[in-house]
Design a protein around this ligand. Structure first.
Ligand code: MG
Length: 316
């Protein structure tokens, strides 16, 4: 009898419960959210986010939720194909050997942009599923670290980190974040292609952040450009586990970098771009001076002005 474990977010578990509402079991294990039984599979969801699929049909049943079969992802796929984007991915791509790439940190005031491209061979897909690889947005930092530590030795990947100093330098010269991302994605993908050569992936899937034509415009003139078999899709981590693995590894690197910044600052650096980061940056300005900010934050964010004002107020 087979068994598959997925780690799911609350929304997905809610969707699952609705989907199996006519097959729910009355008895729940400790910590259980719901349990259901179909003809070939028993499904048990836990508060921890773990969902256990047991039985002969476990692959089929888990597959509905693993590879973008959820209502949410389907909706986004439809929306995407309606848009002008040429993001049509090959049918059945979820079962191919794919290089996926994704980035983290673009919306965070503190910390770098991290981009990872990762190669997941089709025979590694079940293993990654078992390890709980899925959209990193559904996983907390603890889980990200746990999974990343295992998959970094299983999956060939390349990490590109655009540190704050360099980010601010190129940004001040007028480079858009879109172009920075495109350059980093291309380089990470090229690195992985070199790593796995002479083997070639069956497809390359980029979590889409601009129109494909703009992407290629951005990387024009680069020494090596990965162009063959490159596909774009929004919410690509729901389409192939390679993108999910890439997003987990990118977030792991980002978390580690934030830890380093926290050590340098002497206090815990917050993520995001809300009021907390303004406070933290103001504290840095007061302790280390305005010039220190450039190695901690993305200076062109509006948060810089807010932090300056806060620091000014506090100084008085
Ligand atoms: Mg992304």
């Amino acid at each position: 009898m087979g068994q598959i474990v997925l780690i799911c977010g609350k929304n997905t578990i809610g969707e699952m419960k609705k989907c199996y509402q006519n097959q729910l079991l009355n008895k729940l294990p400790p910590g259980g959210v719901f349990a259901a039984k179909t003809a070939g599979c028993t499904i048990t969801a836990y508060q921890s986010g773990k969902v256990l699929f047991q039985g002969n049909d476990c692959e089929k049943e888990a597959g509905k939720w693993q590879k973008g079969g959820s209502a949410e992802t389907k909706k986004s796929a439809t929306a995407k194909s309606k848009s002008a984007a040429k993001g049509d991915v090959p049918v059945g791509i979820e079962q191919l050997s794919v290089i996926g790439s994704d980035e983290v940190g673009t919306g965070d005031f503190f910390g770098p942009i991290t981009v990872v491209a990762a190669y997941v061979k089709k025979e590694n897909i079940p293993l990654l599923q078992e390890l709980g690889v899925r959209d990193s947005k559904d996983l907390n930092d603890e889980k990200i670290i746990e999974i990343a530590k295992v998959i970094k030795d299983v999956v060939p990947f390349s990490l590109m980190t655009l540190k704050n100093e360099k980010y601010n330098k190129v940004q001040q010269k007028g480079m858009s974040q879109g172009k920075m991302k495109a350059l980093l994605h291309n380089q990470a993908i090229v690195n992985v292609l070199e790593k796995i050569a002479p083997e070639k992936p069956e497809a390359i899937l980029i979590d889409q952040f601009v129109q494909p034509s703009t992407y290629f415009q951005h990387i024009k003139g680069q020494k090596t450009i990965a162009r063959e078999n490159v596909y774009f899709s929004t919410k690509a981590e729901g389409i192939h586990l390679a993108v999910a693995a890439a997003s987990i590894l990118a977030r792991y690197a980002f978390i580690q970098y934030i830890d380093k910044l926290s050590a340098a600052a002497g206090f815990k650096i917050p993520k995001g771009a809300g009021a907390l980061v303004d406070e933290a940056a103001a504290k840095l300005i007061l302790q280390k001076g305005r010039d220190s900010l450039g190695s901690f934050v993305k200076l062109h964010f509006a948060n810089t002005e807010k932090a300056m004002a806060l620091a000014h107020k506090k100084r008085r």
